[in-house]
Design a protein around this ligand. Structure first.
Ligand SMILES: C[S@@+](CC[C@H](N)C(=O)[O-])C[C@H]1O[C@@H](n2cnc3c(N)ncnc32)[C@H](O)[C@@H]1O
Length: 252
């Protein structure tokens, strides 16, 4: 019988009885505790409760409204970054030499806009969210208006509906954020565009990439194969669900 993701109470009791028989009381108690204490990002509404926004939840690629089949198959589900994980990344930027006042922050695959809202608290010259899904763009724009309690220091915050691979980059230095939004085929196109932008305009490009478990090698190989970028640092999380890797196009 296939596993039921949402078992009834009767089924839960039966699962626990079998688990106790197989693995004993202590192991079962530990397993149940780990299960109930685990972090489920789509259920975390703490940011939305404080700011009157709608950024929680998840949306699977078939429901994102992406028409092109290849692009839809390359997309990952919408899932918001946890607030503390994003805030930690933003705190690293001075150490990396990023000057917000002379830099535009771009979130590729901004979804409902949680990361661009958090980035707007820093004094970036501009903050731009790029999102392919029309319905998520509508929600993100609504969130920009709703989040009045954020201490915004950036006056120009916008959301553009576009495929990341075709997006025309804003002029000047860029601080680019990805929460693993698509597979390597689209990522390679975006990284090529970033490399060309840096070379053509003499712009500084820094990248903060949030890696869910198991994608680090593929992502690093894209940056290595396109060239122009070097890895600055890698910060691993205990669960490996929220590892950060940073790249720059600046020479050592
Ligand atoms: C994992 S979510 C990240 C959301 C947000 N950046 C955050 O960290 O809270 C990835 C997002 O990328 C978007 N996406 C997928 N493919 C895309 C593409 N080709 N161009 C732009 N956005 C895309 C999805 O619709 C989804 O909203």
């Amino acid at each position: 019988m296939p596993a039921n993701k949402d078992p009834s109470w009767r089924q839960k009791v039966s699962i626990i009885r079998h688990q106790v028989q197989m693995r004993g009381v202590a192991r079962t108690a530990a397993d149940v505790m780990v299960f109930y204490l685990r972090y489920i990002p789509e259920w975390d509404r703490s940011f939305d409760r404080r700011h009157g926004t709608d950024t929680a939840g998840t949306v699977a690629p078939p429901s994102l409204g992406i028409e092109d089949l290849g692009t839809r198959e390359a997309a990952v589900p919408y899932l918001p970054s946890p607030e503390d994980v994003t805030r930690w990344m933003l705190q690293q930027l001075p150490r990396l030499g990023v000057d917000p006042a002379r830099t535009t922050f771009v979130d590729f695959g901004c979804g409902k806009g949680r990361v661009i809202l958090l980035a707007s608290e820093l004094g970036f010259a501009e903050v731009v969210g790029v999102e392919i899904s029309e319905s998520l763009v509508t929600i993100a724009r609504r969130n920009l208006c709703a989040a009045s309690r954020l201490a915004r220091r950036c006056r120009s915050v916008r959301v553009e509906q576009a495929d990341a691979g075709r997006f025309v980059l804003p002029a000047g230095n860029l601080m680019v954020h990805f929460y693993h939004p698509f597979n390597e085929s689209i990522l390679r196109q975006v990284v090529r565009n970033l490399a060309t932008h840096g070379e053509t305009h003499g712009a500084r490009i820094d990248v903060a990439y949030l890696l869910p478990t198991g994608v680090d090698e593929a992502v690093e190989s894209v940056f290595a194969s396109v060239g122009h970028f070097r890895q600055l640092s890698y910060a691993q999380s205990a669960s490996t669900e929220y590892d950060w890797t940073f790249f720059t196009n600046q020479r050592a």
